[in-house]
Ligand binder design. Structure first.
Ligand code: SF4
Length: 189
């Protein structure tokens, strides 16, 4: 991620991009905020996290007149971008796509239900979610709070990207692979 941030700062300085759209931590636990910035100082605040639950494309649509904007996009959002480009709503040359490897975004409503108190802080440690709040600290398996649509997601990067974040992918097991493995075992003579 540091390499990406340095590259974005250089692109801003050289005027190759007008600004950057991405997620930063929020004072509201479980839901990071989307910001657009034209300031290199803000670049260090960007995070890749399962708490990035909003869709940055809706924000990107409001920046159409800005010129070329860099945007952190997960594979499903890249697919959304392709649709917007094919329908003439956005120009591909106005988006600098940063490919974000993704194993799913947390369902904040399910987590709020599981933690029976006010949540003050939430963090992801390896494949666990650690919640602190009015009933103390509790830890949950991350995979239990990833929606089904993400657990069976087979979308990978679309190839039409400008920059890729490597090595950020979670080690969370993919549900489809697990099913295939179970099926394979049943068919072993
Ligand atoms: S796992 Fe797939 S559907 Fe879920 S946020 Fe990531 S890319 Fe999108």
């Amino acid at each position: 991620m540091d390499r990406i941030k340095e590259k974005l700062k250089a692109l801003l300085k050289d005027g190759e991009i007008k600004g950057v759209l991405g997620f930063v931590p929020s004072s509201t636990p479980l839901k990071n905020r989307v910001i657009y910035t034209e300031s290199p100082e803000d670049i260090d605040k960007f995070v890749v996290s399962p708490f990035n639950t909003l869709n940055p494309l809706s924000y990107l649509l409001r920046l159409k007149e800005k010129g070329k904007v860099a945007c952190f996009l997960r594979p499903c959002e890249q697919r959304g971008l392709n649709v917007l480009v094919s329908e003439g709503i956005l120009k591909r040359e106005n988006v600098f796509v940063i490919d974000v490897p993704c194993s799913g975004a947390v369902d904040p409503f399910r987590l709020k239900k599981a933690y029976d108190g006010d949540i003050k802080e939430a963090k992801v440690r390896d494949d666990r979610i650690v919640i602190k709040g009015t009933i103390g600290e509790k830890t949950y398996p991350l995979s239990e709070f990833i929606p089904y649509s993400c657990r069976v997601c087979e979308v990978s990067s679309f190839g039409d990207i400008d920059l890729s974040i490597e090595g950020e992918k979670s080690t969370m097991e993919h549900e489809n692979y697990r099913k295939i493995e179970e099926f394979d075992k049943k068919n072993t003579l």
